[in-house]
Ligand binder design. Sequence first.
Ligand SMILES: Cc1ncc(C[n+]2csc(CCOP(=O)(O)OP(=O)(O)O)c2C)c(N)n1
Length: 641
Amino acid sequence: MLISPGKLLAKINGPADLQKLDQVQLVQLCEELRQFIIDNVSVYGGHFGASLGVVELTVAVHYVYRAPEDQIVWDVGHQAYGHKILTGRRDTFHTNRIYGGISGFPKRAESPYDAFGVGHSSTSVSAALGMATASRQLGLPNKQVAIIGDGALTGGIAFEALNHAGVSDTDLLIILNDNCMSIDPNVGALKDYLTDITTSSTYNKLKDDVWNLLGKLSGIGKNAQEIVSKIENGIKSTLLSQSNLFESLNLRYFGPVDGHDVDHLVAVLNDLKNIKGPKILHCVTVKGKGYGPAEKGNATTWHAPGTFDKITGEIYKKHYDLPQAPRYQDVFGHTLVELARRNDKIIGITPAMPSGSSMNIMMQEMPGRAIDVGIAEQHAVTFSAGLATQGLIPFCNIYSSFMQRAYDQVIHDVCIQDLAVNFCLDRAGFAGADGPTHHGAYDIAYFRCLPNMIVAAPMDESELRNLMYTAQLPRKGKAFSIRYPRGQGVMPEWRTPMEEIVVGTGRMISEGEHVAILTIGHIGNYAVEACAELLKQGIDAAHYDMRFVKPLDEKLLHQIFRKFNRIITVEDGCVQGGFGSAILEFMADHHYQAEVKRLGIPDAVVEHGEQIELHRECGFDPAGISKAVLQLLETSVKKVR
Ligand SMILES: Cc1ncc(C[n+]2csc(CCOP(=O)(O)OP(=O)(O)O)c2C)c(N)n1
C-alpha cells in the first residue's frame, strides 16, 4: 500500500525544494510531514514518537542549513524519519526497516544527507565536532549541526564531546532536543537540571536581565550576534556561567525555545548560523507531538508501537488460539523478581532499557532493587563491579550490541579483579529490523577470550531460568554472562522449577550416527527442526546443546570427537572467534581430526530484516543447517572415494 503525501510534501524531493518554499508554508509542510509519518508507521511499524517530536526541528534545520554541504548529525537516529522523507526517501519510506528496504537509521551508504551512521546513542557531538574540525583544517565554509536528545545526553561519550567542543575552535551547533524522555522516562540529575533551567524563574529571569542589559548597553536591540559579542566581553559569562552547566563548559547556551514553533526555530537558527564558536540550542519538545494517542498516552509504548489503527490509536496485537511462548526478556524480568524475593543480595541494573529488557517488572515490584542508570553502559558495568565488591549479586542487563560500549569496563573492572558480576545480554544474535548497529553478533567472540568469564546461552526458557538461578548461587569471583535473543522462546509453560546447571556442562538433545550438530543457545531449536527433516531423508544427525562456550564441556566434547568425524557448529553470532572457533581450538588442542563446518554470522555487515530472513540469508535457518549437513556428508563421501 503506497501512502500519498500531502500537496507540499509531494513536491519535496530534497532540501533544495524545501528551501524554495515561503516561510509561511512551513507550518503546512510540518503538518503534511507529520501525517505522512503517522500514515506510514501505523501501517509498516517502526519508531514513532521521537520522529513526531522533531518534525518542526527537522523542517527548520533543513530550511536554514544547506545539506549535504552543511552536515546534520542525528543522535541515535530513530527520530530521523522526517529527515529521510525530506531528503529523497519519501517514495521508498514504506520500505523502512523491511528486508531489502531503507534503514531505520541514518546511514552513510544510503544517502549523502546522512552525514553519519547511527543506531547507538550519544555519538552526534563527537562526530559533528570531528567534521567541524576537519572543515576548519581544510578551510571549508560549511556548518555542522548535532541534534541530540536529553536521553542521549546522559551517555558518557556525549560529555566527553561537550568537554572537547567547549575548547574547540569550531562553530559547531548542538541542538538539544529535550522531551524529558529516553525510551522510558529519562533519569538522573541532568534531567532535573534541564527541567530546572527550562522552568526556573530565577535562572530565566537572570538570563533575561543579562540580555536586556546587554541590549540597552549596546543600544542595538536584541540582535543575537551583537549580543553575543557583548557577551564575550564577559558580562554574560561571569553571571551565567555560574548558573548554566553549558556556559561553564564554554558553550554558548541559547534557549529554552519551543521546539514546535517552526517560525521561531527558523529565526533562531538563522541567527545562530552566523554566530561564531561552539554553541547549544535548547529546544523543548513533546514526544509524539501532534498525534493525540501518543501525546496523551504512554510515551514508552509509543516509542516504537508496532502497527496501529491511526484513527482510534489502537495498537494491533496478534491474537493466537493456542498459548504462546513468552519473550525471553519477560522470562528474564519475571525470573529476576522470583530470585530476588528469595535472595536479598540480588540487585538489577539497566542502562536506560527498563522496558526493553523487562527490568521494569522488578523496578515496579521491588522499587530500589533495580536501577536505571541512564544510557551509560560503561557506568552500568563498573557500577555493578562496585556492587559486587560489597557482596551484592548484580544482574546487569545490557543488549549484546550495547555491551560493546563497555568492553574495557568488563575487562578492567570486572574480569581482572575477578568480580562476580552477572551479565544478561539481551538481543544476542540478529536483532532484526534495527539492523547491523543492533545485531548482537560479537558477544561470544568478545567475551570468550576474557579470563574469569563464564559464557553461557540457554536454548529455551527453562534453561534461561536455570542459568539465572545458577548465576546467583554463591561463587568465588568470575563474571557470568548469559546471552539470549530478541523475541519469543519455545515454551508456553515456562515457569519451570529452577535448578542448578553445573557450569561447563552441555547436554545431548538427540542421538545420531552420521554427523554431530553442536549448537549454542536458542538457535539450537533450528537444529531440532533440521534433525527431524534430515531423518526423513534417512540421515541420522546427533544434536548437542553445549550451553557453555566457556568453559566448554570437554568431557562431552571428547565423547563427540571420538564418535564423529563430521561436525557442524551453529551459533547466532559471528563465526570468527565465536563458538565454532572454540570447538576448532578444542579439536586442535586435543589432536582430533574431523571435518568441521561452522555456521553463523559471516565476516560482513548483515543488513536489517526479520530475524528468520537474516538467518536464511546467512545459511543457518533450519533449511540452511540441513543443507550444510548434506553438503558435509557429500564432500566426506567424495573424499573417501
Ligand atoms: C548505546 C545505546 N544504548 C541504548 C540505546 C537504546 N535507545 C534507543 S533510543 C533511546 C532513548 C533516547 O532518548 P533521547 O535521546 O532523549 O531521544 P528521544 O527518543 O527521547 O527523542 C535509547 C535508550 C541506544 N540506541 N544506544
